[in-house]
Design a protein around this ligand. Sequence first.
Ligand code: COA
Length: 307
Amino acid sequence: MTGRIAGTGSYIPSQVLSNEDLSKIVDTSDQWIRERTGVLRRHIVKQDTTVSMAVKSAEAAILDAHINPEELDMIIVSTISSNLLMPCTACEVQKKIGAVNAACFDLNAACSGFLVAYSTVLGYIEMGIVKKALIIGSECMSKLLDWSDRSTCILFGDGAGAVVIEAADGEKGAVVLHSDGEKGNALCLETHGKITMNGQEVFRFAVSNVPKVIEELLHKMGKQREEIDAYILHQANQRILDAIAKRLGVDKKYFPSNIREYANTSSASIPILLDELKKNGDIDKGQQLILAGFGGGLTWGAAYIRI
Ligand code: COA
């Protein structure tokens, strides 16, 4: 027994903040941001909240999966930016979509959160406790930024992505997760505070640890790098994606990216990208994917999934 992706959905707020717009707020330039990050613009909420974006992405994923909300046994929302601490965002989603039979909770593993939510659901499915689950990454990063700090405010954007996972026969999924609390200071957010970051340390951490965790996962699965159809990584920085591909010796074309449009949407970035790739026909049934995330904690990990 394993978990398969039955449907995906995403929601991106329509308000766009370009690099040019940002250069009027802080001392930066379009050229600097493009060259250092690959980001051209990001989308920022106007009326939406973490809850409303989660609900919209959830509705799209349920529609795509052709299921009724009552069939869901579990809803997990990964977020560091919920507008509500209690009730949790997952319970709010349950209420709004009528998923009356779902057990609901939120989890926080920063930008690795979607991966941790996926591995949690996979565990419940493989134990036979859950058959259909909804996992959501929803982030309102714009509320967590110090808009006078050019080293962080240029990096992030808002959005939500959701995936319905169903129990299915077949090859087991696999996940590898790691954390290093000793390095937590590299990327921090105090309650009611704003994000602070040592950019160079986080960059080095991602480029050195993500290739290793992908190798660890491939070894665990007995798979070769070439067998993987797409490496779907947390969208933090195009240079990080390119450096990881290079270290693994895998062509960049197997590392899809949409960071130019959305910037870093934390735990929403992987499900948003998954949804886009699926809707564009860039990934298809039977393909083998590796998802990998990294971020605050520090946390990082990778998951193998056959769609
Ligand atoms: N515009 C213009 N200049 C900027 C700037 C901006 N937005 N932000 C920083 N700078 C300046 C710095 O002040 C520094 O100036 P100095 O040399 O006069 O001191 C210079 O640019 C270089 O800064 P540095 O921090 O060395 O740049 P960098 O090449 O490391 O790029 C990041 C900075 C943040 C883009 C990069 O470190 C990064 O992407 N790190 C990973 C961050 C991340 O992904 N976090 C989330 C993980 S989930």
